[in-house]
Ligand binder design. Structure first.
Ligand code: NAD
Ligand code: LMR
Length: 329
């Protein structure tokens, strides 16, 4: 049976992450090995030529699943009929830029893109925001798309989730595939909280196995939370292949489901669970099935975790208040 191609829109397609992402989407890693895709590459005018070069390379791969590629700088065209949208293009923080300037510059990108999604995307649109500040950019886009169910707007904390698994595996000598139920809470920023209190390593509680609160507080959490800055320091550019890989993981899991006995982390609009104010786009433990996600309920949150979740949520609240004041939501 021939399946209908899925329309996948990627913004910032000519950037670093775009270059690492597009070939994996086209080869079937985003949705599955039997799902054909149409790619829509959305760039700013200065990025169009490089996007055309990338499209030439995509053609040269002769990917059996890639049906067509469209390149545009018009968001209404870029999101027309989109089933999946990966919002990667964003305004990076430059020297001397205040947080308010950064939020404002990104509001100028994510508000019109949210509106274009609202007006042009397919009814089943799923949106992942990668461009930073990812959670608040997702909130801006979601607020500009009143006709799209709010839960379709998500922000990426899967890179943090993967980083935390890798650090925990290195500490314990476990295989990454033995680690389950790890959680990233809060913002994709240095305040995020990677939580191992409910995580399992080969079925045993991870926090009990590690049994070292000092390592948790002074090594594990800061290493995961500041990993993005460490990569920038080492590479001279922010993470690209690992970020693209996490975007693939995020969408693949959302569409195809979490494994039994496991969950993942996604930045999603809060329903008020775990004391996170409703509407904030915050990272939670979620299970996914049939293209939908649900927050894992009923976890005991100890004092150590509560303080850290609250601190990250406080930062998200301040970001929301700042974009509200700027008239962006
Ligand atoms: P990059 O500068 O290499 O590429 C960004 C691209 O976006 C450029 O080609 C630019 O022309 C394009 N762009 C800018 N404004 C646009 C618009 N309005 N519409 C369409 N395209 C636009 O950056 P990168 O390394 O690819 O990173 C992209 C973003 O992802 C950054 O904000 C980065 O901080 C963020 N990031 C997030 C995570 C995460 O875990 N959430 C991880 C790594 C990077
Ligand atoms: C990362 O976590 O690698 C990025 O979000 C860092 C950044 O600021 O681009």
């Amino acid at each position: 049976m021939t399946r209908t191609p899925v329309n996948v829109t990627v913004t910032g397609a000519a950037g670093q992450i775009g270059y690492a992402l597009l070939f994996r989407i086209a080869s079937g890693h985003l949705l599955g090995p039997d799902v054909p895709v149409n790619l829509r590459l959305l760039e700013i005018p200065q990025g169009l030529k490089a996007a055309e070069g990338t499209a030439m390379e995509l053609d040269d791969c002769a990917f059996p699943l890639l049906r067509n590629i469209e390149i545009t700088d018009d968001a209404n065209v870029g999101f027309a009929g989109a089933n999946v949208a990966l919002l990667v293009g964003a305004r990076p923080r430059t020297k001397g830029m205040e947080r308010g300037d950064l939020l404002s510059a990104n509001g100028g990108i994510f508000k019109p893109q949210g509106k274009a999604i609202n007006d042009n995307a397919a009814d089943d649109i799923k949106v992942l925001v990668v461009g930073n500040p990812a959670n608040t950019n997702a909130l801006i886009a979601q607020a500009a798309a009143p006709d799209v169910p709010a839960e379709r707007f998500t922000a990426m904390t899967r890179l943090d989730h993967n980083r935390a698994i890798s650090q925990l595996a290195a500490k314990t000598g476990a295989a990454v595939s033995d680690i389950r139920k790890l959680t990233i809470w809060g913002n994709h920023s240095a305040t995020q909280y990677p939580d191992i209190f409910h995580a399992e390593i080969a079925g045993k509680n991870a926090a009990e196995l590690v049994n070292d609160e000092a390592w948790l507080a002074d090594t594990f959490i800061p290493t995961v939370a500041k990993r993005g800055a460490a990569i920038i320091e080492a590479r001279g550019a922010s993470s690209a292949a690992s970020a693209a890989n996490a975007a693939i993981d995020h969408v693949y899991t959302w569409v195809n489901g979490t494994a039994a006995g496991d969950w993942t982390s996604m930045g999603i609009p809060s329903d008020g669970s775990y004391g996170v104010p409703e509407g904030l786009i915050s990272s939670f433990p979620v299970t996914t099935k049939d293209g939908k996600y649900e927050i894992v309920q009923g976890l005991d949150i100890n004092e150590f975790s509560r303080a850290r979740i609250d601190a990250s949520v406080q930062e998200l609240t301040e970001e929301r208040d700042a974009v509200r004041e700027l008239g962006l939501i």
